[in-house]
Design a protein around this ligand. Structure first.
Ligand code: F6R
Length: 254
């Protein structure tokens, strides 16, 4: 085992792996690689944001070195902004293409895109769920953790059995995300997200958490009450969950 790495199973069954910040991307990439070794055409759900960036870089490095085969992997999206269509700079789809799917050679034929067109969005959300089912469900869902405990765009108050739907975003989220693009684009106030129920339906889940500012919410997620106030706490209700945290994010765990 690498020095400084702590691996524990919490009483709820969640596996927690705490690593130095420099190993965070590689520990997260291991989740993907382990899944693809077992099932080369696995369906994997990918998040955007600052947290998973080191994982995407590590996956691309492994692919360049020839140690990771992404040629059969199928990808699905966790969330996006309502109205972020075409080449909108805030589109999570475009972000994922730029940071990972295009350099990794994952084409649109292997990617299930979250609907974002406001017209007919409710029906499109239902179709998204049906398409997930037709793919055989999600084998591994990767998640970041919002400062308010959101997963995907499931903000506090989210129902445990919710499916893919449109959500109004909280001020915490829109402020946190404003840094992602230039100020000429108004921060969208609604998102489209897999529901908590959709996420919990994945056969395995990887929650990625890094940085000191996430220490409080990681503690509430893992040790506080399970309920809608901290949607990520619902992860403690399901079987196969791995949390990868860097030492700063894990600083408040006993
Ligand atoms: C992004 C997403 C969000 C982020 C969360 C953490 O697709 O679903 O839930 O994972 O807001 O964002 P970062 O990683 O930027 O701190």
């Amino acid at each position: 085992m690498t020095s400084g790495v702590i691996t524990r199973t919490l009483d709820t069954g969640i596996h927690l792996r705490v690593v130095p910040a420099s190993e965070f991307g590689s520990a997260a990439a291991d989740l993907v690689q382990t899944m693809l070794r077992r099932k080369p055409n696995a369906v994997i759900g990918f998040p955007t944001g600052s947290t998973p960036l080191p994982m995407y870089q590590d996956l691309l490095r492994r692919q360049r070195q020839g140690t990771l085969d992404l040629t059969q992997m199928r990808a699905v999206m966790l969330d996006d902004y309502l109205g972020a269509t075409g080449d909108d700079p805030v589109s999570f789809h475009n972000w994922l293409k730029r940071e990972f799917f295009d350099p990794a050679g994952v084409g649109s034929d292997r990617l299930l895109r979250m609907p974002t067109d406001p017209e007919g969005i409710e029906e499109a959300c239902q179709q998204y769920e049906e398409r997930l089912q037709r793919l055989g469900g999600v084998d591994l869902q990767l998640l970041g953790l919002g400062l308010n405990g959101h997963i995907g765009f499931n903000e506090p108050g989210a129902a445990v059995d919710s499916r893919t739907h449109v959500v109004p975003l909280t001020a915490t989220t829109t402020v946190a995300n404003a840094a992602y693009w230039d100020s000429s684009r108004k921060v969208p106030e609604e998102g489209v997200t897999m529901g908590v129920g959709t996420i919990l339906g994945a056969r395995a889940i990887g929650l990625l958490v890094n940085g000191a500012r996430k220490a409080d919410i990681l503690r509430s997620t893992l040790l506080g009450p399970i309920g809608p106030d901290v949607p990520a706490s619902f992860l403690r209700n399901v079987a196969d969950v791995q949390v990868i945290a860097d030492q700063e994010a894990a600083a408040l765990l006993p």
